[in-house]
Design a protein around this ligand. Structure first.
Ligand code: J2J
Length: 545
């Protein structure tokens, strides 16, 4: 079968040939990763979700049941499916089923609402939406109904329990199916899935990841992290994030015959007893969640003796907190500086404590090409700070259907401009020093300043506005909205939040502070001086404390 080029910016032919020659691209699809593990140990438990324990053979049959059922409903290779399932068995099985068919999961977050899901449906032209019926008192089926009017391609609703007008995934899984090699399958060079960017643009971009590149991502990560058949991996972060999905995450654990334990609740009261009960050996956290685990009185009550590896990434981790992982959780810390766009940096398990605590690791692959540049695009001197540019065998060459943005987000020679300001540590690892991109990193969830500003500008009282990060002890950063109010109008935070809620957006994007000002400071080229605003709010918060 010919690779499906739709939405994919291909690597140049000579570069692709090198990636194959070096073995980084192995010509394997994500589904074949699972198949290998099934053949190896069919009876072993692959996935644990609450009381349910599903063997490798059963996961395969159940995923094939879903794949067959979806094919019967007309789903084909190359079709897009917006997946918004929480950390449940159905997430794993549906994702595998789509990977088997060659249909593309669009990895939405459970926190997304009409605003985000509507955009993802439109951008991807998805023919199906998969969600829970109700989750955290939100009715996802009703949302899908509302969005139908503006998503003409959408014709199939999938749910993991019976719901009006939706196909029941559990019923398809329960019927099951045997493997049939004659069923059409994707090619290794095809796009496997679409991940969400933690972008800086008005609306989020989608990241096409191919089977070849994602299989490398998961396998090489599993090897680096020492994953094997004895690994019990806890999915604490939302499973649709790249980190828990494939770094090494769910795919990495399944590829080596390990076990995946799911939880919808990562709070200490739920996660720590689960670690004890399931003998979890590894997990991935964002710094904010790690901090909650460390601070919890439950930590001393649960037996966490099985825990060997705690990966932390997604946002800056303070060295003082990093050092507490070994002392208070009895596990090895691994810092991960990754991005859904591709590049993964990991500290190695046997790195000295100082490197584990103070750096964000080094690239996964010898084929990763990193450049640290000044604002003119010139490489900085060794050890100096600059913006990180990267290309490599698992880093995208272009966002999905975003030609205009791609012209800015990539250099002419194919490097992705990460927007992260980094420097090399003497140990050969990277240190993330800051960022040049305009977003707010709230406990690892990325909020595009432009996206939230566009929404705020829709309020009748708002003349102009700017959204900036303000420091926060718990989640690292929160959103502060600076607003110039129109003459004769007033605005306070509750009114602004109520207005934004009516726009039906993910609630982590809501501003948590409002500063009404007479005017916004400008730089000498006439743009809003966000640096000045960040400094101002930081000073103000310090004074208030
Ligand atoms: C500081 N900033 C970091 C870190 C990511 C593994 C881990 C994380 C992500 C992720 C991921 C950071 N210290 N250790 O996909 O597979 C910030 C940077 C980066 C952006 C990417 C994975 N680790 N960051 O966070 O696509 O700014 O991926 O460019 O959500 O998070 O965000 P995202």
């Amino acid at each position: 079968a010919q690779p499906r080029g739709d939405g994919l910016t291909p690597w140049p032919a000579d570069v692709a040939a090198r990636y194959r020659r070096e073995g980084w691209w192995s010509g394997t699809t994500c589904w074949e990763l699972l198949e290998d593990a099934v053949r190896h140990a069919p009876e072993r438990i692959a996935v644990v979700d609450g009381p349910r324990r599903i063997s490798y053979a059963a996961v395969e049959q159940r995923a094939l049941g879903i794949a067959g059922g979806l094919r019967d409903h007309g789903l084909e290779r190359g079709d897009r499916v917006v997946v918004q399932l929480p950390n449940r068995l159905a997430f794993v099985e549906l994702t595998l089923a789509l990977l088997r068919i060659g249909a593309l999961p669009v990895m939405a977050l459970p926190a997304h609402r009409d605003h985000e899901i509507g955009h993802l449906l439109a951008l991807s032209g998805a023919v199906a939406y998969a969600g829970p019926r109700r989750h955290r008192s939100f009715d996802h089926v009703a949302m899908a109904g509302r969005l139908r009017a503006d998503a003409p391609a959408l014709r199939l609703l999938l749910c993991d329990e019976p719901a009006d007008g939706a196909v029941d995934l559990e019923a398809l899984a329960a019927v099951g199916r045997a493997a049939d090699a004659s069923d059409p399958a994707p090619a290794p060079g095809d796009v496997a899935l679409l991940l969400l960017s933690g972008g800086t643009t008005g609306l989020p971009k989608l990241i096409p990841r191919t089977h070849d590149d994602y299989v490398y991502n998961a396998r090489a990560s599993a090897e680096l992290c020492g994953f094997d058949a004895s690994t019990v991996y806890l999915v604490a972060l939302p499973a649709s994030h790249n980190f828990p999905l494939a770094c090494p995450g769910i795919l990495g654990a399944l590829a080596v015959g390990g076990r995946v334990v799911l939880t919808e609740d990562a709070a200490p009261a739920a996660a720590l007893p689960l670690i004890e009960r399931e003998h979890v050996t590894a997990t991935a956290l964002v710094p904010a969640l790690l901090l909650r685990w460390l601070e919890s009185p439950l930590r001393e009550r649960a037996d966490l003796g099985s825990l060997r590896l705690v990966q932390v990434g997604g946002a800056r981790l303070a060295a003082e907190v990093a050092r507490r992982v070994r002392l208070q959780l009895g596990a090895t810390l691994q810092q991960v500086f990754g991005m859904a766009e591709g590049l993964l940096n990991y500290t190695r398990l046997d790195d000295p404590e100082e490197v584990l605590a103070e750096t964000q690791g080094r690239p996964l692959c010898p084929g990763d090409e990193l450049r640290i540049v000044d604002p003119d695009g010139r490489t900085v001197a060794d050890g100096e700070e600059g913006e990180l540019h990267v290309r490599g065998p698992y880093t995208l060459r272009g966002y999905y259907r975003a030609a205009e943005h791609n012209a800015r987000a990539f250099t002419p020679d194919g490097y992705y401009r990460t927007g992260d300001v980094v420097r090399w540590h003497a140990s050969g690892n990277l240190v993330v020093a800051g960022r040049a991109k305009d977003l707010i990193n709230r406990g690892g969830e990325k909020i595009s300043a432009e996206e939230i500003e566009n929404l705020i500008l829709g309020h009748a009282a708002v003349e102009t506005c700017a959204a900036v990060a303000m420091p926060d002890e718990e989640v690292g950063e929160r959103t502060c909205a600076y607003v110039v109010v129109r003459d004769g109008h007033t605005l306070d935070l509750p009114a602004l939040v109520a207005f934004l809620r009516e726009r039906r957006i993910a609630s982590f994007k809501l501003p948590e502070r409002l500063e009404v000002v007479r005017e916004l400071p400008l730089t000498n080229v006439g743009k809003v001086d966000k640096q000045a605003l960040r400094t101002a709010i930081r000073a103000r918060l310090a004074r208030e404390r």
